[in-house]
Design a binder for this molecule. Structure first.
Ligand SMILES: [Zn+2]
Length: 319
């Protein structure tokens, strides 16, 4: 079968998709490629393309390194005269597809609504967006199916090679491969499988990118920040810890000031009036809440929590 992209869903029981990457078969999770595509920063590629100092070849290499299927998607470039123009058009098309799929995935796979399955939501989405449904039914025409045999990493092509040429016949495998020249068809096929298998996706609460949650409680993805080498999970934990320390500092200040003020009221009620204290305390607790929510700095909190000027006699241990 002649096709840029060849894949098989014969291993769906493990949520795996088998990809023919030219140099052999690669198995990955069903959600890996759609998530990678949806998380790709095409606008960064576009801005590189508008920077004349960056050569075409370098941008092409960047694209190829994203995934073998991205590498296949820029193969037609070999027949083009104007590489830059072709790459700009390629990026614009990818951005368009990404925007459309992002809308669909956001609506279908992220929903917290538990009364319907993802497949039901997917079909409802297509019914509501008839132009998209029509487009993808056309995309489906681009898909061919053929049973292919693989011996080890190589495709068995009986019309090309003699039977004797093949070694390791015990490793022969047969797959129903789906082939297409259109990356949009690849993505749609995978998203259809995700929907029918009711596979939930989420947006990472740290980086905002899609990921497949390990459990219902997972809210951060495992992507590593190339600069820090830390995953979103680790980075979020660190920030939470720092926030907790900061919140504790704010609470300590609040408790210390409240104690001082209430002692003054108890000792000299004629000088420090209780109603004034209560008004101050209510403002102070609002300020503490705002501080804990990150809406006030420690310095601002310190100003709001300032005690009234001392009047008359005070005890030495006041702070
Ligand atoms: Zn993340």
């Amino acid at each position: 079968m002649k096709a840029f992209y060849k894949m098989s869903f014969d291993d769906l029981s493990n949520n795996m998709v088998i990809l023919d990457c030219g140099t052999g078969l690669v198995e990955e999770h069903l959600w890996d490629f759609p998530i990678l595509f949806l998380s790709t920063d095409f606008s960064a590629i576009a801005s590189k393309l508008h920077d004349n100092k960056i050569p075409d070849l370098q941008i092409q290499e960047d694209i190829k390194n994203i995934h073998p299927f991205f590498e296949f998607s820029v193969l037609p470039l070999a027949f083009e005269e104007n590489h830059r123009r072709w790459l700009i058009q390629w990026t614009e098309r990818m951005e368009r597809i990404q925007k459309e799929l992002d809308h669909m995935v956001g609506d279908v796979f992220l929903s917290c609504e538990k009364t319907s399955t993802i497949l039901q939501r997917f079909c409802r989405y297509l019914a509501k967006n008839k132009l998209i449904a029509a487009k993808y039914s056309k995309v489906a025409d681009q898909i061919k199916a053929e049973t292919l045999y693989y011996i080890g990493r190589n495709e068995f092509i009986p019309q090309l090679y003699a039977w004797e040429k093949y070694e390791n016949m015990d490793q022969i495998k047969s797959y129903l491969m789906l082939g297409t020249d259109d990356m949009e068809a690849v993505l749609f096929l995978m998203i259809q499988r995700l929907a029918e298998r009711n596979i939930e996706l989420r947006r990472c609460e740290f980086c905002g990118k899609y990921f497949h949650p390990f459990s219902v409680r997972t809210v951060y993805c495992d992507r590593k920040n190339p600069e820090t080498g830390k995953t979103c999970k680790e980075q979020a934990a660190k920030i939470k810890y720092e926030e907790k320390i900061a919140a504790d500092e704010g609470r300590t200040l609040y408790q210390r000031r409240t104690k001082t003020y209430s002692m003054r009221v108890a000792r000299s009620p004629a000088v420090y009036k209780k109603p004034d204290y209560l008004i101050w305390k209510s403002k102070a607790s609002d300020a503490l809440e705002a501080y804990t929510a990150g809406k006030l700095s420690y310095e601002q909190l310190d100003v709001i929590l300032a005690l009234p000027e001392r009047k008359g006699q005070v005890t030495a241990n006041e702070t």
